[in-house]
Ligand binder design. Structure first.
Ligand SMILES: Nc1nc2c(c(=O)[nH]1)N[C@H]1C(S)=C(S)[C@@H](COP(=O)(O)OP(=O)(O)OC[C@H]3O[C@@H](n4cnc5c(=O)[nH]c(N)nc54)[C@H](O)[C@@H]3O)O[C@H]1N2
Ligand SMILES: Nc1nc2c(c(=O)[nH]1)N[C@H]1C(S)=C(S)[C@@H](COP(=O)(O)OP(=O)(O)OC[C@H]3O[C@@H](n4cnc5c(=O)[nH]c(N)nc54)[C@H](O)[C@@H]3O)O[C@H]1N2
Ligand code: SF4
Ligand SMILES: [Mo]
Length: 703
């Protein structure tokens, strides 16, 4: 029996794990006891089923028939890499390197593919984030000058955690769940706000059922009440905040009574809530979340949530928002990364970020804007798309609209452990070994207690698959980039990465990670000057940068559109036992949840003659799905809800094939609908028709 320290890969939270393995078979997986006390979620526990699942690509595949026809030639790695490199070389000679676009799922190991993209000579590296946290990231930058990940939330020690559609106990990361449970055990309070009841909501002390898309109104009402009750941290604001006086003036009309009318939460309850947090500050955290990045005004909602945190003065205190620390904060050096070997090409990005859209963070840009460039060749053609650990057809709305743009590309590449819906449409699939069958480069985990981590190989690959770094080295060598990335194997990569740190790979043996400090690192809260990277160095409630780009710092409220008669707003979320689309076919997790349902308010269902378990048609414009109804009183009457990731149409995945329905396929017309200031896609802005399906048996037989 061997013990291997590794990192879970069943979702992108990437929990550190400890695995017992015997004779290339897994005997036990648990969360790293030093970091997670052994905890693991259901998906993490289903890792072995992922390895054993044979309904995955088992060798590289090159497309034979038309795109999407599902006809594939299984080939060797040599043939696959040669095919891919030749295609890339042809595209570079015809259109220039800039016509190649690379997208990944983001996270600590994206660095390799970003470096690949830049080494080819293209600036067009991007990721999934315009469908996830971009609005929140941009709002955070505009307020604090640091991005979404600039603060760690000390949930465990807080007195009150407030969640706007952040279904923290279901849409989960193990460490965060542990923190919430610890906090509640210590007497901490939980307030949850959603348009439906959830696993988190039922554990909360206070649940607010909000009118869909009106969180901005609630935030404004809360800010008004905080100012009214003098419940803010005046000293902190005086020292660090720019624009408090303007905020006071702006907020005057947005009373709790006004907010109540808009968002459906009683003024009395808003006032009571504020009286409570007034006593608990600065140990009050308004979770920045992700979900609110799905409406037209999410950027401003998110700014308002950041402002609520600032009013609590919760920065750099235990139980608040603590600046994430890196190696330098521990007087150490971090590991080397691949990007340091290449220079970012100076060419303009094809998504327009950084020049056409100057207010967006130029880092990874915005994926969906590349579709414009593919269709119009403005500012120049995009002819190849390489996706690593990323499925745009599930991630972004309206796959049919995406295909129209992608048909202008000469090369579509999917590097994936599974058949993704995009992979199924692409020209070549390079199967990556599952996380238990591969290593990763070393990364620095920033936080209050930063550490170095890496994934070690637990098992030898079952099929003809390769690790990310192996694919990367094969491809770069074939493309003549060996001089840029001169590595033979992972040991050489690790050694090179660790050199400046003074640690060696053996230092991971004890605990699976290398801590850079014993105690949390906190800055002196009285001396935070220079930590806020805004143009003024202050927390900017008023942002000149934003105003220069033509957007207000404080935006007057506008009500969201209500659904037209006979339609419902389609909203979505996650199940604790699935990760987006890529666990739906996992034999164990499929058993736990084989399909999704459409949640529908009981009174609405009665009007439509729909009962629990009935088949219902869900209709957008040209897309129609039939699925099962879940009739409940615990959802707002204007919305219908489902779990994202289902409705897959890949016949090789027999369990997932046509099981349930796909919210993103119903989101016709939303591919380019983004929050203009935050850049996030407005995924909750689609209205659908719901009716009882004619596929129901005519007479109900009660057994
Ligand atoms: N309609 C709708 N759209 C959404 C969402 C929604 O709820 N509804 N959620 C949004 C959110 S929050 C996000 S983050 C995005 C997520 O969308 P994506 O960024 O596309 O991420 P995933 O769906 O997690 O996984 C994408 C692909 O990664 C593959 N994969 C998994 N593990 C590995 C691995 O170890 N190696 C490799 N090479 N591939 C692997 C999977 O098989 C899958 O095909 O979607 C967004 N889009
Ligand atoms: N099990 C599991 N955990 C995951 C993931 C997973 O796939 N599976 N994915 C991870 C990823 S990538 C992300 S981004 C996070 C996302 O985690 P969360 O941010 O918690 O987002 P969702 O699970 O999408 O849930 C969104 C909630 O918002 C609610 N909602 C919809 N409209 C409104 C509104 O107008 N106001 C309010 N207040 N609420 C509204 C929905 O009803 C739903 O309950 O989860 C992460 N954790
Ligand atoms: S939250 Fe669950 S699936 Fe995600 S990395 Fe952690 S254990 Fe794995
Ligand atoms: Mo996400």
């Amino acid at each position: 029996m061997r013990t291997v320290w590794s990192i879970c890969g069943m979702c992108t939270v990437r929990c550190p794990i400890k695995v017992e393995v015997d004779n290339n078979e897994i005997k036990w997986i648990e969360g790293n006891p030093y970091l997670l006390g052994g905890s693991l979620c259901a998906r993490g526990a289903a890792g072995e089923a992922l390895v054993k699942d044979s309904e995955k690509p088992q060798t590289p595949l090159i497309r034979k028939g038309p795109r999407g026809s599902g006809k594939w030639d299984p080939v060797s790695w040599e043939t696959a890499i040669d095919y891919l490199a030749t295609k890339l070389e042809n595209i570079i000679s015809k259109y220039g390197a800039r016509s190649i676009m690379v997208s990944t799922r983001g996270g600590p190991w994206q660095d390799m593919w970003k470096a690949f993209c830049f080494a080819l000579g293209s600036p067009n590296y991007t990721n999934h984030d315009s469908a996830c946290g971009r609005n929140i990231h941009h709002a955070s930058l505009s307020v604090y000058g640091v991005g979404r990940k600039g603060f760690a939330l000390d949930i465990k020690n807080t007195k009150h955690l407030i969640l706007f559609g952040r279904n923290i106990l279901a849409s989960l990361g193990v460490a965060e769940v542990n923190q919430v449970l610890d906090m509640m055990e210590k007497g901490g309070r939980l307030t949850y706000i959603d348009c439906r009841q959830t696993l988190t909501g039922i554990k909360a002390h206070r649940f607010f059922m909000i009118n869909p898309g009106t969180d901005y109104a609630l935030c404004l009402g809360m800010i008004n009440e905080i100012i009214n009750q003098n419940a803010y941290d005046a000293e902190f604001i005086e020292k660090y905040v720019l624009g408090f006086e303007e905020l006071k003036k702006f907020i005057e009309p947005y009373t709790a009574e006004w907010a109540a009318k808009e968002c459906g939460i009683k003024a009395k309850n808003i006032k009571e809530f504020v009286s409570e947090i007034a006593q608990q500050k600065p140990q009050v955290i308004f979770h920045r979340g992700w979900m609110l990045s799905r409406y037209r005004d999410s950027f401003y909602t998110s700014r308002a949530i950041h402002i609520l945190n600032v009013l609590m003065g919760n920065i750099e205190v235990p139980g608040g928002q603590i600046f994430t620390k890196g190696a330098a904060d521990c007087q150490k050096k971090g590991p080397r990364n691949f990007s340091s070997l290449v220079k970012k090409p100076e060419e303009k990005r094809a998504d327009g970020v950084g020049w056409r859209y100057k207010h967006f963070d130029a880092g990874p840009g915005l994926f969906h804007l590349f579709y414009d460039a593919m269709l119009t060749e403005d500012p120049y053609p995009i002819k190849a798309l390489i996706c690593y650990r990323h499925d745009p057809f599930t991630c972004f709305p309206d796959p049919e609209a995406q295909k129209e743009a992608l048909d202008n590309c000469e090369l579509l590449v999917s590097i994936d452990t599974h058949y993704s819906e995009f992979g199924w449409y692409s020209d070549i699939i390079l199967p990556e070994s599952t996380y238990l069958e591969r290593e990763t480069p070393i990364a620095l985990k920033k936080g209050t207690k930063p550490y170095l981590w890496l994934r070690q190989r637990v098992l030898e690959p079952r099929y003809n698959t390769k690790a990310n770094w192996e694919i990367f080295l094969l491809l770069t060598e074939r493309l003549g980039l060996k001089n840029v990335f001169p590595f033979k194997d992972i040991d050489e990569i690790w050694e090179w990465q660790l050199e400046p740190t003074g640690f060696s790979i053996e230092d991971f043996n004890d605990k699976g990670f290398i801590p850079l400090t014993d105690k949390p690192v906190l800055y002196d809260r009285e001396k935070l000057e220079g930590k806020f990277k805004t143009p003024t160095g202050k927390i900017e409630i008023i942002s000149n940068k934003l105003e220069e780009a033509g957007f207000p710092s404080l935006k007057p409220y506008e009500s969201p559109c209500r659904p037209p008669k006979g339609k419902y707003r389609l909203i979505f979320g996650r199940s604790p036992v699935h990760t987006h689309s890529h666990t739906i076919n996992n034999p164990l997790l499929h058993e736990l949840m084989p399909e999704n349902t459409l949640w529908l308010n009981a009174r609405e269902a009665q009007k439509l003659g729909i009962k629990e378990g009935d088949l219902v048609d869900i209709i957008a414009d040209s897309v129609k799905f039939t699925g099962k109804a879940h009739v409940t009183e615990f959802i707002h009457p204007e919305v219908v809800y489902t779990v994202h990731g289902f409705g897959r149409e890949i016949p090789y995945q027999t369990r997932a094939y046509n099981a349930g329905f796909a919210d993103q396929k119903l989101m016709e017309g939303l591919l380019q609908r983004m929050d203009p200031v935050g850049g996030g896609l407005c995924l909750c802005e689609r209205f659908v028709i719901v009716r009882r399906s004619s596929r129901n048996p005519k007479r109900r037989v009660e057994l």
